[in-house]
Design a protein around this ligand. Structure first.
Ligand code: HGY
Ligand code: MN
Ligand code: MN
Length: 438
């Protein structure tokens, strides 16, 4: 990737020299304490008592409060904000002398969380992006093209499926009207909740494709910590398959109904749960499978459950293996329905193929980390991320920081401040290099 002056409107030779020296020496560093302070302030929005975690499910009041805090920081930085029809927010940095029409180098992630969210999942990528811009502005550095920081709506998909909904709409992978019509686990719709929190904006969907996209995120797994390296160079994201399974049995008396006459939806839910665990173990790494939600009705101690609604999350880096896992699940559902005299219906909530990131951008992330003296390893992402959607419209890659004990989607989620700072510094220099290159 060549390194040229870039697209600035008026080349000041002094500025040019400054930019070139920073890109070549990698001498600039972010303000680690400021990043930690913002992460701490944001984690207190929807904070989970007694922990450093948060609960800010998409389009809830807590999400609204988080949006207000982060857009306030964006405005303080003088970013040009655009908000689109699904509530994605993009802050564009256009220092004087930059060609405003040039597609930006964009970073970002999400600030919605799961119900048991940690301090860093998503938040790190957005706040590190703000930190990059604030550091460059304070140093008087003018990149060769605009930089942008985004937070995408409803990345988690816990309340409204699919996950990565906002970035999927941003890249044109889901129509805005279709997204607005999605009904959540609590019966509300995306459109109604987005309107209620005042999150809907005028910018069109799909949004403009950035020049490049790089996302900083915690690994959310144990790999980097076990390998003892400081940073993950992410080569892609594994495929994901979310299915809602509804089992219709028959409620009956727990005391009087002989075992052979039961049509027990609760028992069938348990059979499916243990089946997907066996499936993952038989397939072996990297296949994973999870039944994360089970709702029984009427969910009472002395009633054989009439219905069970459960979710199955299957993931694999190999799409053929993921397809085979889905086929085996479908066969098992048919078999258990026959065996237990229940009816089973399914609904696909999410299905994304594995994604491979741009090799040039991946190489640049790795080279930048090594230039800053940070040890790395390459790995795929086990979790879904907005970057997997932006990869549809521009060359994209991700940077991972280690997760302590591999814990995430848990308020105990933690990453060492030095690792957070290292990740943000790699993000800064990767973005600068991307802005200066062709
Ligand atoms: O489920 C995921 O992988 C992401 O956290 N949305
Ligand atoms: Mn995330
Ligand atoms: Mn997450």
């Amino acid at each position: 990737m060549g390194c040229r002056a870039g697209l600035r409107g008026h080349q000041g030779s002094k500025e040019e020299e400054q930019l070139t020296s920073i890109v070549e020496t990698g001498r600039l560093r972010i303000d680690g304490q400021r990043l930690l302070d913002r992460l701490s302030a944001l984690s207190r929005v929807g904070g989970i008592a007694g922990t450093t975690g948060s609960s800010r499910l998409a389009f809830t009041d807590a999400d609204r409060a988080g949006r207000r805090l982060v857009t306030g920081w964006m405005e303080d930085l003088g970013l040009q904000l655009s908000v689109d029809g699904i509530g994605n927010v993009v802050g564009l940095w256009l220092p004087p002398g930059i060609d405003p029409a040039a597609p930006p180098v964009m970073t970002g992630s999400h600030i919605d969380t799961v119900g048991t969210g940690g301090r860093y999942d998503g938040n790190l990528g957005v706040l590190a992006g703000l930190e990059v811009i604030e550091t460059l502005a304070a140093e008087g550095v003018t990149p060769a093209r605009p930089l942008a920081v985004a937070f995408f709506s409803n990345e988690e998909g816990s309340r409204f499926q699919p996950d990565m909904m906002g970035s999927l709409v941003y890249v044109g992978g889901m129509a805005l009207e279709e997204a607005h019509a999605v009904e959540g686990i609590d019966g509300a719709t995306v459109g109604a909740e987005l309107a209620r929190i005042g999150g809907r904006g005028p910018s069109p969907c799909p949004g403009p494709a950035p020049h490049r996209f790089v996302e900083l995120h915690i690994e959310q797994g144990p790999v980097l910590e076990e390998a003892g390296v400081g940073l993950g160079v992410v080569e892609g994201v594994q495929g994901i398959s979310w299915t809602e399974v509804v089992v219709e049995g028959q409620s009956n008396h727990a005391g009087t109904t002989p075992m052979g006459l039961r049509r027990d939806a609760g028992y069938v839910a348990a059979e499916i749960t243990t089946f997907v665990r066996r499936l993952a173990l038989e397939f072996g790494h990297p296949q994973v499978a999870t039944v994360g939600a089970i709702d029984l009705h009427p969910n009472l101690i002395n009633v054989v459950a009439a219905t069970a609604k459960l979710t199955v999350d299957l993931r694999n880096t190999d799409n053929d293996r993921l397809l085979e896992a889905e086929r085996q699940l479908a066969r098992e559902l048919d078999a258990v329905a026959d065996r237990e005299g229940v009816s089973i219906t399914t609904r696909t909530l999410t299905r994304f193929d594995p994604v491979v990131f741009d090799p040039e951008v991946v190489d640049l992330v790795e080279a930048t980390a090594h230039r800053l003296g940070i040890t790395t390893m390459r790995l795929p992402s086990g979790a879904g991320h907005d970057a997997q959607m932006l990869a549809r419209v521009c060359p994209t890659a991700m940077v991972f920081t280690p997760s302590e004990n591999g814990i995430s989607h848990n308020p105990a989620e933690h990453t060492d401040p030095a690792d957070l700072e290292a990740g943000a510094n790699v993000l800064l220099h990767t973005m600068l290099a991307l802005a200066a290159a062709d």
